[in-house]
Design a protein around this ligand. Structure first.
Ligand SMILES: Cc1cc2nc3c(=O)[nH]c(=O)nc-3n(C[C@H](O)[C@H](O)[C@H](O)COP(=O)(O)OP(=O)(O)OC[C@H]3O[C@@H](n4cnc5c(N)ncnc54)[C@H](O)[C@@H]3O)c2cc1C
Length: 340
């Protein structure tokens, strides 16, 4: 079984930053990623422009190549992939961590769907995209219902419904409408009227073109109460005034947020508190170590949610982990020197 100083779960910006920091510290480390490198970014809509500026998402100042003021999905993805290649980081892709057990004294046993590892420390950089929120209504299991939007082009001249009130839903509705899908966006009034960026309001550069689509009659916005049922060719919904409406439908995107999969952390005994974005692990704000000694967290499912922080936090905490591991080795060597 491979013995590591640090095992990192997830190769998003947090996991990649942790890998580079671990390599710089001379640790034996491995990143295990269930999908591809920067899997979450790869699943952004094709051609999407980032909300962030390059300095907020690049690994090192000036290294992200971009044509416009803000980078595209493709430019950012390529940046992260070349970061891995250029630094020759240790990453196993297409391998899912299914269990973590043990403790700091005897070390952790990390089980994946392909192998097993031993690690002195484990960093969870698992993001917050694993569990898309569901409407839990009849028909949601149909194959035409998606909880992720990547590509408008299969839906030209089709009847598309987007359910949701955040930026992801607004962008999906906009891209579908612009590319010729007959699009309806079902949104709650409080989200449609929300103008507070701190409360998750639609970004103005999404809202402005979206309103243009509405004004041009290409996109219909329905202020709704709930979606009642999805069928093969239709969707029935109840509007905010209480009227029930059945609309033609070829494809439905339910984009109402997502949660992290906290199963492994809970099984280890990590404690959680309820934050604005749902359950957040309890951790030391200096070290990002949880109440379970040796188990660390970073990135989107902590309070440091954005990409910039997902990159910055591992650079602070991995050197602390390395220092502690060196101290452990030193102590073990000193004990070995003591005559029995
Ligand atoms: C459509 C969209 C647009 C966004 N735009 C922006 C933006 O403009 N600016 C910004 O700052 N943020 C943006 N975000 C948020 C941004 O994507 C996250 O802040 C960022 O990805 C967090 O990085 P992370 O490394 O914490 O998590 P992630 O990038 O989500 O990486 C987590 C990784 O862990 C892997 N993983 C999870 N569980 C396991 C397991 N059991 N075994 C192995 N691997 C596992 C996942 O496959 C994933 O690759 C956006 C998010 C979305 C969905």
């Amino acid at each position: 079984m491979i013995q590591l100083d640090l095992l990192i779960i997830g190769s998003g910006p947090a996991g990649l930053s942790a890998a580079e920091a671990a390599a710089n510290e001379g640790l034996s480390y491995l990143v295990i990623e269930k999908g591809t490198i920067a899997n979450t970014i790869r699943q952004y809509p094709i051609g999407r422009t980032m909300f962030s500026t390059p300095n907020e998402v690049e690994m090192h100042v000036g290294t992200l190549k971009h044509v416009r003021e803000k980078p595209s999905r493709e430019e950012l993805l390529s940046h992260y992939i070349h970061f891995v290649l250029d630094h020759d980081l240790n990453i196993n892709t297409d391998e899912k961590v299914t269990d973590v057990a043990g403790g700091i004294d005897a070390g952790f046993r990390v089980v994946t769907d392909k192998s097993e590892y031993r690690a002195a420390r484990v960093l969870f950089a698992i993001g917050a995209m694993e569990r898309p929120k569901k409407l839990r209504i009849p028909g949601e299991e149909l194959s035409k219902v998606h909880h992720l939007f990547m590509d408008p082009y299969p839906y030209v001249r089709k009847d598309a419904l987007v359910v949701g009130g955040g930026n992801s839903a607004a962008e999906a509705a906009l891209f579908l409408s612009e590319e010729g899908a007959r699009t309806t966006m079902a949104i709650w009034r409080e989200d449609w009227e929300n103008r507070d960026p701190k409360a998750g309001a639609m970004k103005h550069w999404v809202r402005t073109p979206l309103e243009k689509e509405v004004a041009a009659g290409r996109l219909r916005v329905v202020l709704y109460k709930h979606i009642d049922e999805i069928r093969e060719r239709t969707v029935t919904l109840t509007t905010e005034s209480g009227d029930q409406e059945t609309i033609p439908n070829d494809v439905t995107f339910v984009l109402v947020g997502s949660d992290a999969d906290l199963t492994l952390l809970k099984r280890l005994g990590v404690e959680f508190e309820t934050g604005k974005a749902g359950e957040i692990p309890v951790y030391n704000p200096e070290t990002f170590e949880t109440n379970v000694r040796g188990i660390y967290v970073a990135g989107h499912f902590t309070h440091a949610r954005h990409i910039k922080e997902a990159i910055d936090v591992p650079r602070r905490i991995v050197p602390l982990i390395a220092r502690e591991l060196r101290a452990d080795v030193h102590e073990a060597e000193s004990l070995a020197d003591v005559p029995q």
